[in-house]
Design a protein around this ligand. Structure first.
Ligand code: XMP
Length: 513
């Protein structure tokens, strides 16, 4: 089935993909086109609306990117956002000029005429602006329908030709009613029915993967985290046993983690999963090392070695798949060149040597985390995988403070499993950002029965966060803390004290190392 399609012409805004994702949120199919795409191509593709993205340039600069002017004569609605609005004015017969002050940040948008674009929205909206130039004169046929403190032309409309321009960014989260404005454009102005869904995205990705891969083989480093799991499930749906996954057991995993991953992917999904058991190698190299950054480097380097080694044993493959998401490639937005293939630097396969002659397969490259989760559910991955808390690549290696050894890892694993069980039992696990235990290499005095003890301390770290950039400790009910503490002290040999970390980030970080 062919879906109603909205074209997004990309003028290099860092928000172009965000526009595409808002359109997907409205259950409408969109395609991002190079800004130079001829109007004829858009017509041939049957697009029913065009959005001109923002961009870093000034329309006043002679070399700034311009679209094919014929898009205004296609007879389909056009919405220009920020730079897009200025293009509309500049290319039709309006006037744009340099402004004395840049409008950046929040402003209050006063809507004078709601029309179709602002239907159902309040008269005043807090919107996000980021532009230097300003509109000095509207093109013929346009009417100003909203203003901000700095501009009488914050939204302009030519209802007859169905051309709309808005100065602010409706696609960003911090523009109030932004998604409603986009939805109004799609549904009320372009006539979109909302005929597209995550199931369609899955179907399209699967057929694209089949086309790209052909009869070749694909390798993928499976970490068990959300991104690599969804990538694996998607690719497996597309090419079945042509996909081989490698799971590296670095000895720094949580309790039963290897068994769970193998069980799910091998048994449940019938995937070809190879496990590289390399715990001893990692632990040997970490012997005597206490500096967190050195630990990370050793773990990263050893990972690459072990991973490469397993690839060699698997044999020829043309593609290396990665669960790279859009936020990982954000820096690659480009106007004329192809975005460089960036490998996530903190990702497990980060730093693979350049001499590995693989083509990268990154089927999640255009998606955001929550979309990847929705896609994972669509593909039948269980909630425990799709809504799993983030887990750092170096694993428990940075949660055993100081030197890492088998004993402390063992103690930490047992304590962490108890915390996990209690977070699940109290319905808190999916409500927080992360919840985990940290092993402290200090011993404190305690008393158990009639005996004096001298054992290690476990710290509980439970935080809420939106994006891990900032975080706050969770006000966990005392009863839950009490249960976790009692169970850890009673059930885990070698621990006689449990403490709760009440530091926010900043100034603390989420992990202790
Ligand atoms: P911090 O501790 O910096 O952590 O507040 C922010 C988020 O990143 C995770 N984290 C890592 N992830 N490799 C990773 O893949 C690492 O070395 C690493 N260090 C921290 C951490 O769990 C949190 O979600």
């Amino acid at each position: 089935m062919k879906h109603q399609t909205i074209a997004v012409l990309d003028f290099g805004s860092q928000y172009t993909q965000v526009i595409a994702r808002r359109i997907r949120e409205c259950n409408v199919y969109s395609k991002i086109y190079h800004y130079k795409t001829p109007a004829k191509t858009l017509q041939r593709d049957g697009v029913i609306g065009v959005i001109l993205s923002g961009g870093p340039d000034s329309v006043l600069a002679p070399k700034s990117p311009r679209p094919d002017k014929a898009i205004f004569r296609l007879g389909v609605p056009v919405l220009g956002i920020c730079y897009g609005l200025q293009l509309i004015a500049h290319l039709l017969d309006g006037k744009v000029e340099k402004s004395n002050h840049r409008e950046y940040g929040h402003g209050i948008l006063k809507v004078a005429t709601k029309g179709s674009l602002f239907r159902g929205l309040p008269n005043a909206l807090r919107v996000w602006n980021s532009h230097g130039d300003r509109l000095a004169k509207m093109p013929t046929g346009f009417k100003a329908v909203a203003s901000t403190e700095n501009s009488g032309y914050a939204a302009i409309v030519d209802e007859k030709r169905k051309i709309y321009g808005i100065q602010f960014h409706p696609e960003v989260n911090h523009s109030e009613g932004g998604i409603n404005i986009i939805e109004n454009f799609l549904r009320k102005i372009c006539g979109c029915k909302g005929d597209w869904s995550m199931a369609d995205l899955a179907r399209e990705s699967i057929s694209r993967i089949r086309e790209t891969v052909g009869k070749d083989r694909v390798l993928l480093g499976l970490s068990g985290g959300v991104d690599s799991s969804v990538a694996a499930a998607l690719i497996h749906k597309a090419i079945g046993r042509q996909l081989t996954c490698v799971f590296v057991d670095n000895g720094l995993l949580r309790q039963n983690e290897r068994e769970l991953v193998v069980d799910l992917y091998k048994r449940h999904f019938d995937m070809d999963v190879r496990v590289a058991r390399a715990g001893s190698k990692f632990l040997q190299r970490l012997k005597g090392v206490t500096d967190p950054e050195r630990k990370r480097k050793i773990i990263g380097k050893t990972f690459v070695e072990v991973f490469q080694d397993s690839l060699k044993r698997i044999g020829d493959a043309k593609f290396l798949a990665q669960g790279t998401l859009y936020p990982d490639v954000i820096e690659s937005v480009s106007i004329d060149g192809n975005p460089a293939a960036t490998i996530k630097s903190h990702h497990n396969v980060g730093g693979l040597p350049k001499n590995m002659k693989f083509k990268l397969l990154e089927p999640l490259r255009e998606l955001f985390k929550d979309e990847v989760r929705a896609l994972g559910s669509e593909l039948g991955l269980p909630k425990e995988v799709v809504w799993r808390q983030p887990f750092p690549g170096p694993g428990l290696g940075v949660r055993v403070l100081g030197e890492v050894n088998r004993r402390s890892l063992d103690v930490l694993r047992k304590a962490d499993a108890i915390l996990h069980e209690e977070m699940m039992a109290s319905d808190l696990y999916y409500k927080v950002w992360q919840s985990f235990c940290v092993f402290l290499p200090v011993r404190t005095v305690g008393v158990m029965g009639d005996e004096r003890t001298y054992d290690n301390v476990i710290a509980l770290r439970i935080v809420e966060s939106m994006d891990a950039m900032t975080a706050d400790w969770v006000r966990v009910p005392y009863e839950v803390l009490q249960k976790v503490s009692t169970r850890i002290i009673n059930e885990v040999n070698g621990v006689n004290r449990v403490v709760y970390d009440i530091s926010s980030k900043p100034p603390g970080t989420i992990e202790w190392e």
